[in-house]
Ligand binder design. Structure first.
Ligand code: MLT
Length: 409
């Protein structure tokens, strides 16, 4: 008789956002009269339509696919040159960071890449993650059999190094100690879920640490477009020495509304080599070539349009509008007496639950009493207990309405 992958059996519960979705639909079944009132600020899903420049590029690419002369079959598995070049130029060269177009691996999104990247590291690589953390980093390593056992009483896995991000340290992780022996460090800035940011000297310290200790940083920069402070780094490659120790993951979901269209990329510099001189660029190319057939041509053309003058202007307007939602949520909660952070260079607002309420109890309370959906902080890790995340990606009306209802609680 066949047997399931035991590593999967270790996973406790559902994927966080699936769990939230199922609790909300269960609530709607129980309360059909309230279903229409629900304000959804849980998963960070965009609500504005694709920018006109992007839609035009999509239409034009569809027309190309309709003609024998311009039809395209399989995309190059690492991405079309037109997109890889636009990315290298606009996301990196423009910020003084050196990334070559052929170091950019185009994909169907940052979630897949951040889940898959662990495959090219050894099975005994020890991971270090922030706590709280985007659950994909940990769960994908659990699935790969890289973690030990889950302790339900602490919410922690053995064989994982956790870096608590708390109010005391401003929700920014401290460097693992000199004996931590971590080889794969996941960082995400601007941070999901706390909305915390990192300045260049601190990011440089991480790069120096990784180079000194032979570790790799997987840097998730999916939310970099929300950085308003000109002093903050958008890419880890703005730091000296990052090319020998860092992989960066980016998304078109949050900066250009591609959550349903699917496009992202990962940068693996050629200078990133393991202890035996093995090129991680070569391994990721091998993995991509074997398991991926490229993001669709029409979507890559749409991604290219994000970098056009009009595309940049139109997507920037969307980002500004989401950041106005963030301001409304942040200030509304603050003036109602909540302890809040994030939301200034990030689309997530991180609030302390009132009266020591647990994260899931607060989730239930908001859903049951005012039909507002957010994300319980403890779903991101034990240090998230007692916190709650709201997203700025809703409509203006939903941000205003959520605040009005929460204040009335
Ligand atoms: C989130 O809400 O944390 C994100 O939308 C999840 C994701 O991007 O996969």
């Amino acid at each position: 008789m066949f047997k399931a992958n035991e590593a999967y059996l270790k996973l406790p519960g559902n994927y966080l956002f699936s769990e939230i979705a199922s609790r909300v639909s269960e609530y709607c079944e129980r309360n059909p009269d309230k279903a229409g009132r629900i304000v959804r600020l849980g998963i960070g899903d965009v609500t504005q339509p694709l920018a006109p420049a992007v839609v035009e590029a999509l239409h034009a690419a569809v027309d190309e696919m309709a003609e024998a002369q311009s039809f395209r079959g399989y995309a190059p598995d690492l991405g079309y040159d037109f997109l890889r070049q636009a990315i290298a130029e606009h996301d990196f060269a423009a910020r003084g960071a050196l990334v070559y177009p052929d170091e950019v691996f185009v994909s169907d999104g940052a979630k897949s890449d951040s889940g898959n990247i662990q495959e090219i590291f050894s099975a005994d690589a020890r991971i270090a993650v922030c706590d709280p953390v985007y659950p994909v980093y940990v769960d994908s390593n659990v699935m790969a059999g890289r973690t030990g056992t889950y302790d339900a009483s602490t919410g922690l896995w053995s064989d994982v190094t956790y870096m608590p991000c708390t109010q005391q340290n401003g929700f920014t992780p401290e460097l693992p100690g000199p004996d931590a022996d971590v080889s794969l460090i996941y960082l995400c800035f601007p941070n999901n879920p706390t909305g915390a940011v990192i300045d260049k000297p601190h990011l440089q310290a991480w790069v120096d640490y990784a180079n000194e200790h032979g570790a790799v940083i997987v840097y998730d920069a999916a939310y970099e477009a929300y950085i308003a402070d000109p002093m903050l780094p958008h890419s880890i490659y703005e730091c000296n020495g990052a090319r020998t120790c860092a992989i960066e993951i980016r998304s078109f979901s949050k900066n250009a509304g591609f959550t349903g269209t699917r496009l992202g990329y990962t940068v693996v510099p050629r200078d990133l080599k393991d202890a035996n001189g093995v090129s991680m660029h070569g391994l990721w190319a091998r993995r991509h070539g074997t398991k991926f057939n490229g993001a669709p041509y029409i979507v890559q053309r749409a991604g290219e349009a994000v970098y056009s003058e009009r595309g940049r202007c139109e997507t920037q307007a969307q980002i500004s509008s989401y950041m106005e939602n963030a301001r409304i949520i942040l200030e509304g909660l603050r003036s109602a007496g909540y302890t809040v952070s994030g939301g200034e260079n990030a689309p997530y607002i991180w609030l302390k639950t009132p009266d020591g309420c647990s994260s899931w109890d607060f989730f239930d309370q908001l859903l049951e009493s005012v039909q507002v959906v957010g994300t319980p902080g403890s779903g991101f890790g034990p240090s998230g207990e007692g916190y709650f995340r709201l997203t700025a990606f809703g409509t203006r009306e939903s941000a205003q309405e959520a605040i009005r209802r929460i204040r009335a609680l």
